[in-house]
Structure formats: C-alpha cells, structure tokens
Design a protein around this ligand. Structure first.
Ligand SMILES: Cc1cc2nc3c(=O)[nH]c(=O)nc-3n(C[C@H](O)[C@H](O)[C@H](O)COP(=O)(O)O)c2cc1C
Ligand code: SF4
Length: 412
C-alpha cells in the first residue's frame, strides 16, 4: 500500500501543527536543500518526474529551469492556491490542513530558482486556509526556517484569477486577467521579473521529494505519471456516500476511488460516466478499472485534471449538465479575447437549442467552433471550455439526438 504523501492519517490536529509536521520530518528537506544547493534540488525534482498539479501537468523541473537560468536582479516564486473550479476542493483542503507542507514547498521552489520573495496566492473567500497559512508562516518564520520573506495575497473570487498570469496581475494590484504569452512567467513574471508559479499541491510534493528523494517519488505510480494525486469526490444526489478530498497513487483506478474510498453512489443510482475535472473529457463507466495516469487516460480522450470529479448517473440529464458547464465558462471567461467570448457564448446558444428540441446540426457547429477557437486565447480557458462539450457529444450522442429532436422541428 502506497503511503499518503500529502494527507497523513496520523495528523490529528487541524491544521497540522508545526510540532507535528516537524515530527514527520517536515522542513528537513528545506534544511538539506540549503546545504546541498539549488542544483541538487532541481536534480531531485527532475529525477522525480513530478508534473504540475494545477491542471496542465507540466513537468516541474522544466518549468524551474526557465527561471533558474534567467539573469535578473530579483526573482519571485508563487504558490497558486487560487482554486475556484466547481467540484474541486483539494487546494483549500491542503492549505487549511497541511499549510507547512505548502510553505516548505514554496521555500524550496524559491531556493531552486533563485527567488528572493515568495507569495502564497489564495482567493478572498478562503478564510480557513488563510488563517492556517498565516499561523504556519509565523511559526516557520519564528523558527528561522524561511530563506526569504513569504507573503499571503488574496485574489478575487473568480475562476480565471487562478490562471498563473492573472494571479501575477492580481498580486501587482491590477485586474486579475491572464496575460498574453510569451513571455512566460519564468522569463518575465511578477513586476517583469522571472517568476515561478506552481500549484500548492505540486509544492507539497516538492517538500516530500526534498525529504525523501526524487527516486522514491518516481518509484510510486506508473511509467509516465509519478507520485500521488488529490481528488475531490462530490456530495448530493449524483455524488458518493463519503464525499471529500482523497489521495491515491497514480495507477489506482476510479473504481477504487469511488467505491473504496468514496463508499459508492447513492442507493439506486447507476454510474454512466465520470468527468475527472470540469475542463476534461467524460470517461464512460466501462473504463473505471483503467489505471489513472496521463498515458492511459489520454487515448480515452481525457486526463486526471485537478481531480475535481463529477459523476454522471442514470438520473443525470446529460444535456442540462453540459449546458451548465458551458454556462459556467461563458460567465467566467474574462472578455479579453473575442474568439473566447464568441466560442463560450455560442456553445451556450447551441446547447440551449438542443435542449429546446431545435433539431440536428448542433454537433457539427459545436465541433467547428471548438476547432476554430483553439489557441486563439491569451489563456487555455478557450480550450478548457471546449473539452467537456465536444466529449459530451461523443459519449452521450444518443441523449443529445433525443433532446434535439427530428429535423422537421428545426426552425433556427
Ligand atoms: C482559467 C484557468 C484557471 C486556472 N486556475 C488554476 C488554479 O486555481 N490553481 C492552479 O494551481 N492553477 C490554475 N490554473 C493553471 C495555472 O495557470 C498554472 O498552470 C498552474 O498554477 C501551474 O502550476 P503547476 O505547474 O504546479 O501545475 C488555471 C489555468 C486557467 C487557464
Ligand atoms: S482565453 Fe478567455 S478567459 Fe483566457 S484571457 Fe482570453 S477571454 Fe480571458
């Protein structure tokens, strides 16, 4: 059985106290990295094959190289806890319950890249996580463990404020909207200086790697997907009996997660599919025993994403669910890029047409819109909005055809 790397069962306090974190080797990795140096730490993270847990699964060591190799009089590091995806609770949970792991990881990422100032970026409604983080920062500071100052910054409660360059704008006091890239934050980020932005879960993994070695981390998981991953299981009618945040190693299955940890569906419900995260493709229930990994889910048209799972049962109206997701992205897009405004608005318009039995032709229009819009935004929300919609058309084709009705009814 793989140990819990991020959510240790023996942590009895909430938040985990400084003493308890130290007792399980907390901050040992940071002290070691201060002795061994930045190159050693970057090497351990490269060996670990850690990928970012903010959704895009970018290799952490490669991201770090950009800022580490940049020449500048000042560099920054940011822990991104700007989680505002419906159904995802893992960053709040981690920062609230295990703030020291995130702070240690943030300090390590800063050491690895040569930063002299760090930020823990949360959003305004995260009262519990903020209180935990403030206390943990005081404790780590009083113990003389922090290699540079770390401040907490609260961004606005919007989805797009979690995008890394939107977060940088928010920290600079500007509207939290994504920047055009390049330049990437590792080249010119906060106040134009090289900046490393990592998700809070990624950073908690970095703390584990510095303590236990990159090779130990790489020994957990599958060929291309290493370590463990946090998941959020939903509550309510289309939820599981034991909702909450769980940790499993890559290579485990969604069946183990939903049935073993989550206790299964509400009585009488049958699972048709899962949506591994809001901006992913749907995974039909026949694949519940496929090992969870980037390389196994990719051919099935989806990915683990940030692990905020939605369930599709026999009671789910799949057209209404897809429309709800499209409406979320339409509301949350920031309006800077005309193709994104157009795509997200049109998705909603066409899906409402399906719901109102306007007849066939919707699938071609939706797929063409998604193809036309690809890579035309400042950020990847434009692709994120398309993923569940185009996937729903394939996985729930019969539901859509039934809702849209016959051609004779077409009048739009
Ligand atoms: C619309 C949008 C929202 C995002 N929200 C978050 C978020 O809440 N938290 C997060 O860590 N990354 C979020 N990201 C991804 C970040 O831009 C960035 O890739 C991530 O923080 C990098 O960390 P990682 O390499 O450790 O995954 C979002 C991206 C987009 C396009
Ligand atoms: S792609 Fe959409 S959300 Fe991203 S910056 Fe452009 S308008 Fe905003």
């Amino acid at each position: 059985m793989t140990p819990s790397l991020l959510l240790p069962a023996r942590s009895s306090t909430n938040p985990e106290s400084f003493a308890e974190y130290r007792a399980r080797g907390g901050y040992d990795g940071l002290q070691r990295a201060r002795t061994q140096g930045a190159a050693w730490l970057r090497g351990e993270v490269a060996t670990s094959l850690l990928r970012g847990r903010g959704g895009a699964s970018f290799p952490t060591a490669r991201k770090w190289e950009l800022a580490a190799n940049a020449t500048a009089d000042q560099k920054f590091v940011v822990a991104n806890g700007g989680e505002h995806e419906p159904g995802s609770d893992k960053d709040r949970h981690l920062v609230q319950r295990h703030p020291h792991a995130v702070i240690e990881g943030l300090a390590l990422a800063g050491l690895a890249t040569g930063a002299s100032q760090g930020y823990l970026y949360l959003i305004e409604d995260m009262h519990g996580p903020r209180a935990s983080a403030e206390q943990a920062l005081r404790e780590a500071n009083d113990a003389g463990l922090l290699p540079f100052p770390i401040a907490i910054h609260l961004g606005p409660t919007t989805y797009v404020a979690g995008e890394e360059t939107a977060a940088l704008n928010a920290i600079e006091g500007k509207p939290a909207k994504p920047r055009k890239k390049p330049p990437f934050p590792g080249e010119a980020g906060l106040f134009g200086k090289p900046t490393t932005v990592n998700n809070t879960e990624t950073l908690a993994h970095v703390a584990w790697i510095a303590r236990n070695s990159g090779a130990s981390f790489a020994a957990i998981g599958t060929a291309e997907s290493k370590g463990t991953l946090l998941f959020t299981l939903p509550s309510g009618g289309d939820g599981v009996l034991r909702p909450g945040v769980y940790e499993l190693p890559f290579g485990a299955t969604y069946r183990q997660l939903l049935e073993g940890l989550g206790g299964g569906l509400q009585p009488g419900r049958t699972l048709r599919a899962i949506l591994p995260a809001l901006s992913c493709g749907f995974l039909p229930a026949q694949h519940l025993d496929v090992p969870i990994a980037y390389e196994t889910l990719r051919p099935l048209g989806t990915s683990p994403g940030c692990g905020g799972i939605k369930l599709v049962t026999d009671a789910t109206d799949t057209v209404a669910m897809t429309l709800g997701i499209a409406e979320f992205f339409m509301k949350e897009q920031c309006g800077q890029c005309p193709p994104c405004r157009m795509e997200t608005n049109q998705f909603v318009h066409i899906l409402k047409g399906v719901q109102n039995a306007k007849g066939p032709g919707y699938d071609d229009k939706l797929v063409k819109l998604a193809e036309f819009s690809r890579k035309k935004g400042f950020c990847s929300l434009i692709e994120m909005a398309a993923a569940p919609v185009t996937s729903a058309l394939r996985v729930f084709a019969a539901d859509f055809a039934k809702a849209a009705g016959p051609a004779a009814l077409a009048n739009d």
